[in-house]
Design a protein around this ligand. Structure first.
Ligand SMILES: [Zn+2]
Length: 616
């Protein structure tokens, strides 16, 4: 008897689960996926009489309301009136922001019915994220820059949402290539849309110093310019012979910090040390170990042995720089780099070797640790904390440091086991300068292939950690190094849609993630990115062909397409693949020279470009 009840109960559960998924797929396509969504019948329609009602009329809420109204002016041609009157009860044609004590900091609840929309949150942050969800519930034209005549409706729905991680980051390197204030703002807009809340701004490098420091004007006067740039990879030997540079004034930085704050994004500035310091050393050679006669801002990519020498003048310089940096950036965290610091100069430097002896250090790795700990002490004294790349573990971790684990997961695991906070950004998953599609067809990029699905499927909390240690994984970050991104269009192309996948891992609970469900929402999401004119990578509908060598004369061929419910048709006889060509259903063997041609179709209509792969 019990087993029959269990079967019936199981059936009901399955049925309701299946219906729930189906409804959400049909009606809403929010990225990152909200914690809980209950779709109801009917819709709320915005019009020129819709009111925005604020129960808390503090500046933060006013800004959120103004942003919503401005969005409607731009895309719908009408504004929404803002009322700050908690006493009057509005129940019709209004979007009402209410405070609800006790909710998690960034959480929100959203209730849409045919009469009104009610947003509950305990802080403006939650209200802001509710607003991002509302935008994605509206037609994609709400993201457009031109007025459109569409039905501005939102489906009736109850959403209960909160983030998985408190640190949801995107990094941008502006040193290898430089991007304008407006481009940085656009980067922040895209982050906010995806509920990402930390912008890691990589401001100094061997190839250029990009932040104005009043006390050391040479840093931007000379350090922001390289005399030329390598063409192709760092070893090519070809240079363009054209000076390249750019930097942000302190006024511009303040403007960007405020812009980010309005979007609840914290900017973590990165000042690289002790390595990746050649641009600074080129301006102030006394900061180096003094082994060379001349120092120049680097003109090719890579790692350079000219690093900061740990002497009094260097610490004075860095403390001065960090003082100005901390005045500009209110962030609790300051990134001090710490990565890729070759020890060859320190090995040859008399001062460095003496210092190792005086301090009783074992080697240059411990000297690096001494360097970082000394800087940490200074930053801690100002009430701030340091973040550094994996290598700050070398020679012993600074007492209060947060580790950004990029080399793999090992650094993050080690740090979490030592009870230090960790941000996961393993290069094999979250370095968005790596190829995302067939390297033979893409423009030059870094590393190897990291597909959208590999990014999506990555689970950032290593299983080897105990439950107690797992809480130290504070979040994740996508990293955008710009060696091969000479313009912002290219940045958008490399970052999106992979950053959409990262946002979902950052915001959505692991158990609610599902690749197929993500791809069906992403299809709709592309319409939003199109409205914004984002130059995202469009290989989503193209077939990917992979081969696995299986003996000297044979290959196993597998094919895949990201678009959900697509059918792959292919040929090996040289003809153009069409709906009557064979359907790819499982991997097969190729043991002769052929040209594979494959195309994805949906409802018998071609959806992507044809992919070809030649086997010899
Ligand atoms: Zn030295």
């Amino acid at each position: 008897m019990m087993s029959i009840i269990k079967i019936i109960l199981g059936f009901i559960c399955c049925l309701s689960f299946a219906m729930g998924v189906k409804a959400s797929e049909r009606e809403i396509s929010v990225i990152p996926k909200p914690h809980s969504v209950v779709i109801q019948s009917g819709e709320f329609q915005f019009n020129a009489n819709t009111l925005i009602v604020l129960h808390d009329h503090s500046e933060a809420y006013q800004k959120i309301a103004t942003a919503l109204s401005d969005r409607f002016i731009k895309s719908a041609g009408f504004s929404l009136k803002i009322k700050s009157s908690p006493d009057t009860v509005y129940t019709r044609n209004a979007i009402i922001f209410k405070n609800k004590a006790g909710m998690v900091d960034e959480a929100y609840q959203l209730e849409v019915n045919t009469d009104c929309i009610t947003v509950f949150s305990s802080s403006p942050k939650g209200a802001f994220y509710a607003l991002q969800t509302i935008y994605q519930l509206l037609p994609p034209q709400i993201f457009g820059q031109k007025q459109k005549n569409v039905k501005w409706s939102v489906p009736c729905v109850k959403i209960d949402d909160k983030p998985q991680f408190s640190y949801r980051g995107m990094h941008l390197d502006v040193c290898l290539h430089f991007f304008t204030v407006d481009e940085i703002k656009r980067y922040l807009d895209l982050m906010a849309m995806h509920k990402l809340n930390v912008f890691h701004w990589h401001l100094t490098e061997d190839q250029g110093w990009r932040i104005e420091i009043k006390k050391y004007p040479r840093l931007t006067e000379f350090g922001s310019i390289r005399k030329e740039t390598v063409i192709g990879t760092h070893k090519s030997g070809f240079y363009d012979g054209t000076p390249y540079g750019g930097f942000y004034t302190q006024e511009e930085i303040k403007e960007i910090v405020n812009y980010a704050a309005d979007r609840f994004i914290t900017i973590i500035p990165e000042i690289e040390m002790p390595g990746h310091a050649l641009a600074a050393i080129a301006c102030y050679p006394h900061l180096s170990c003094g082994l060379e006669e001349k120092y120049e801002v680097a003109t090719r990519w890579g790692i350079f042995p000219q690093v900061f020498c740990p002497k009094a003048e260097t610490f004075e310089f860095l403390e001065d720089v960090l003082t100005e940096v901390m005045e500009l950036f209110p962030s609790k965290y300051i990134h001090i780099g710490g990565d890729e610091c070759p020890k060859s100069s320190w090995k040859k430097c008399r001062h460095c070797q003496n210092l190792i002896k005086i301090l009783g250090l074992k080697d240059e790795f411990e000297l690096q640790s001494f360097f970082i700990q000394r800087i940490e002490k200074f930053i801690n004294e100002k009430g701030r904390q340091i973040i550094g790349w994996d290598e700050i573990l070398q020679g012993g971790l600074a007492p209060n440091a947060t580790v950004m684990s990029w080399l793999g997961e090992e650094g993050g695991i080690k740090a979490a086991q030592q009870h230090h906070d960790v941000i996961m950004c393993p290069h094999t998953k979250y370095y968005l300068d790596y190829y995302q599609a067939d390297p033979n067809k893409e423009l030059l990029a870094m590393g190897h292939l990291v597909t959208l699905q590999e990014v999506y499927d990555y689970s950032p909390v290593p299983e080897v950690l105990s439950d107690e240690e797992k809480v130290y994984i504070k979040g994740i970050q996508g990293c955008v190094w710009t060696e091969y991104m000479p313009n912002f269009k290219r940045v958008e192309y490399m970052a999106y849609p992979r950053a959409c996948a990262i946002s979902e891992t950052a915001w959505t609970q692991e158990k609610n993630k599902n690749w197929k469900d993500f791809t069906s929402r992403l299809e709709k999401h592309f319409e939003r990115l199109d409205q914004m004119g984002v130059n995202y990578c469009k290989t989503f509908n193209d077939v990917q062909i992979f081969t696995h060598k299986d003996g000297p004369y044979s290959n196993i061929v597998t094919m895949k397409v990201d678009a959900p419910d697509a059918i792959i048709h292919y040929t090996i006889d040289g003809t153009t693949p069409g709906i009557h060509s064979p359907v790819y259903s499982r991997p097969f063997v190729i043991n002769k020279s052929v040209l594979i041609r494959a195309t994805a179709f949906k409802k018998n209509k071609q959806i992507g470009k044809e992919t070809q792969s030649k086997f010899n």
